[in-house]
Write a protein of this length. Structure first.
Length: 270
């Protein structure tokens, strides 16, 4: 409970530090913070052009036979993945990046990963809003699922990055490990391919992949725009939701333990 009390007590400082962090990332460029929004637009556009026009990916068909435009199917899943990957990459480096704050005994370093995540959330809100705006021209999304999945994403990434921020500070090689891990998760998560391909070949493997928190977030957010059957939230009597929150709580407890145990050593390590 101490972590949540710290976050609540320092909520204004967290928001101010998040805004400063976002501006500082692009302070050396002429366009400044605009680059924070240009980068995700560029990557989303490149991937869409390659997979739709070059590789010829057509419209997607849901299990109920509903025809879904590829741009809706793609943008919804990729928007969630951009938030996950960007947060994992930048927040994991947050403690090292703010080493000068770590060395100040009066600064509470518990909030460093939090305001770094909120900083990434600024771009995430833009990407989520853009994906919803574009998809709205093709379909009417389920806004309750959208709100729930975005909430899940922020809670899960806060739990995961608290752990990775501590490990990256303790073990410099963790930066490379996280980069490799992110690439693996990208291809094993149904972002650029349909998970139904696995279901038709090895059904049990499809169920295992759905137990991944990353698949749960990407697949669940995408279903808010594309699916007209039972969403992953309630699929198999809520099994995947139970697994997601169990893993999220487990990761948070372990990450909180590692962070609290070693945070007094961060200044000496850095």
């Amino acid at each position: 409970m101490g972590f949540f009390k710290t976050v609540f007590t320092n909520k204004r400082l967290i928001w101010q530090m998040a805004k400063n962090d976002f501006r500082n990332k692009f302070s050396a460029t002429s366009l400044g913070s605009v680059w924070g929004f240009i980068n995700p637009l560029f990557f989303m556009g490149i991937y869409f052009l390659i997979f739709y026009f070059v590789l010829g990916s057509g419209d997607m068909i849901t299990p109920s036979g509903k025809n879904v435009s590829f741009i809706v199917w793609f943008l919804s899943g990729f928007a969630m993945w951009l938030f996950i990957s960007d947060s994992l990459a930048s927040v994991s480096q947050s403690v090292r990046g703010y080493s000068y704050l770590v060395k100040k005994t009066v600064f509470n370093i518990d909030i460093i990963p939090v305001f770094s995540l909120v900083s990434n959330g600024i771009v995430a809100v833009f990407v989520f809003s853009l994906s919803m705006l574009i998809c709205f021209f093709y379909t009417i999304p389920n806004f309750l699922i959208i709100i729930y999945m975005i909430f899940c994403a922020f809670v899960f990434m806060m739990s995961l990055t608290r752990l990775t921020a501590a490990l990256t500070t303790l073990i410099p090689d963790m930066t490379s490990i996280i980069s490799i891990f992110t690439q693996m998760i990208f291809w094993f998560t149904a972002i650029l391919w349909d998970i139904k391909i696995i279901d038709t070949k090895i059904e049990i493997l499809g169920k295992i992949l759905r137990c991944s928190p990353f698949t749960y977030l990407v697949y669940g957010y995408r279903q808010a725009f594309t699916e007209d059957l039972t969403p992953i939230i309630t699929e198999n009597h809520g099994l995947y939701t139970i697994v997601f929150w169990f893993l999220t709580i487990l990761i948070f407890l372990y990450g909180n333990y590692v962070f609290n145990k070693h945070k007094s050593d961060f200044a000496d390590i850095l």
